[in-house]
Write a protein that binds this ligand. Structure first.
Ligand code: NAD
Length: 333
């Protein structure tokens, strides 16, 4: 697939990662069609992208889990030849409270995309999966063959969506790249699209405490069997994550059905290490204390990076210092 021939349909393009990816694709001269129903976003990112890249970007408001007709008409009009499927609800705690909403929204959305791809002969998809699919009983670091087990309806929706995609690819209908993201933080290097601070991620909570919006940061659990008692994660700079998507495009020429790749740095960073680095490199004190463990949290999670390096020669560029500085940069002024 040549870059100039690519018309990319980005689902969830008003959100944090789908918006950042749309911006990066447009910056790299791809044509982008975006779809979102604003269930977890607003028009801000869309306006920003439209104002920067008017001629190469088309946006449609539609619920992809329910509105097949709208999806089909987008496919019919634009004939996308690549789907980047970001649209999903993503909060683990909310998914425990509202399992049906998460399963319906995320799995039906994926099925509908696959259905439209089949109907309009679109062959290629990159799917935004998650490290949440892995059982925390795996020996760390996990690799793509590690054992899967959902600890939350969110994780279940990701596992089942992967299955739908793999089934479609295995019956030779499509080619699929499934990217299992570890923990994206920061934003696009152009500093344009940011996560919604109310989205509940750890970095958002750190920033809200640094800004004084929250008086105190509560860390869920400090007696896990980890290096300092707090959970450990593989934090990855969003710009690295976006680059991994672009680099993975070459795989469509090489694979017959599907490939699964973990996208992380390969380093395990504890919650306390992240906070301490944020304080040290940004010269800010974060008022934090510990609260009880949270249902659904995975204790330790980081990736083996061999497979992604072998297949697309990609490894993460940004280290912890740059990640905590870039996370704070948009708010520091
Ligand atoms: P986000 O909530 O910022 O963006 C998701 C977007 O999808 C939102 O704009 C939302 O309105 C839209 N959406 C949800 N359901 C939809 C539907 N039925 N129809 C149309 N639009 C719909 O989330 P994000 O952080 O950008 O995450 C994007 C993807 O990456 C998700 O699939 C998520 O599971 C995956 N992921 C995210 C992380 C992370 O930490 N951000 C980690 C691993 C995987």
């Amino acid at each position: 697939m040549n870059k100039e021939d690519l018309k990319v349909l980005v689902t969830g393009c008003a959100g944090f990662l789908g918006g950042s990816m749309s911006y990066e694709l447009l910056k790299n001269n791809f044509k982008v069609i975006g779809v979102d129903n604003f269930i977890n976003s607003d028009r801000k990112n869309i306006s920003l992208i439209e104002n920067t890249y008017k001629d190469k970007f088309n946006f449609f408001e539609a619920d992809i889990s329910k509105n097949n007709e709208a999806l089909n008409s987008i496919f019919s009009e634009f004939k996308p030849n690549l789907i980047m499927h970001f649209a999903a609800l993503k909060s683990v705690p909310e998914s425990i409270k509202k399992p049906k909403l998460y399963l319906d929204n995320n799995i039906e959305g994926t099925k509908n995309i696959l259905h439209s791809m089949h109907k309009f002969e679109c062959k290629n998809i990159i799917y935004s999966s998650s490290a949440a699919v892995y059982s925390d009983e795996n020996i760390q670091p996990v690799n793509e063959n590690s054992f899967l087990m959902a600890k939350s309806p969110y994780a279940e929706s990701k596992i089942q969506s992967e299955r739908e995609i793999i089934n479609a690819a295995s019956s030779n209908k499509i080619k699929a790249i499934i990217l299992r993201y570890f923990n994206p933080i920061c934003s696009h290097k152009d500093n344009v699209i940011h996560d919604n601070l109310n989205n509940g991620s750890l970095m958002n909570e750190i920033i809200k405490t640094a800004l004084g919006i929250n008086k105190q940061l509560l860390i869920n659990g400090n007696d896990y069997e980890t290096k300092d008692g707090t959970c450990e994660r593989d934090f990855i700079h969003v710009q690295d994550l976006l680059n991994a998507h672009i680099e993975s495009l070459c795989l469509f020429k090489k694979i017959n059905d599907f490939i699964i790749l973990n996208v992380g740095t390969g380093s395990s960073i504890s919650i306390l290490e992240l906070i301490n680095a944020f304080e040290y490199f940004n010269k800010i004190n974060i008022n934090y204390s510990f609260s009880k463990k949270r249902d659904g949290d995975i204790i330790k999670s980081f990736t083996d990076t061999n497979k992604i390096y072998k297949h697309i020669n990609w490894s993460a560029k940004y280290k912890l210092e740059e990640m905590v500085k870039d996370s704070w940069l948009p708010f520091s002024k």
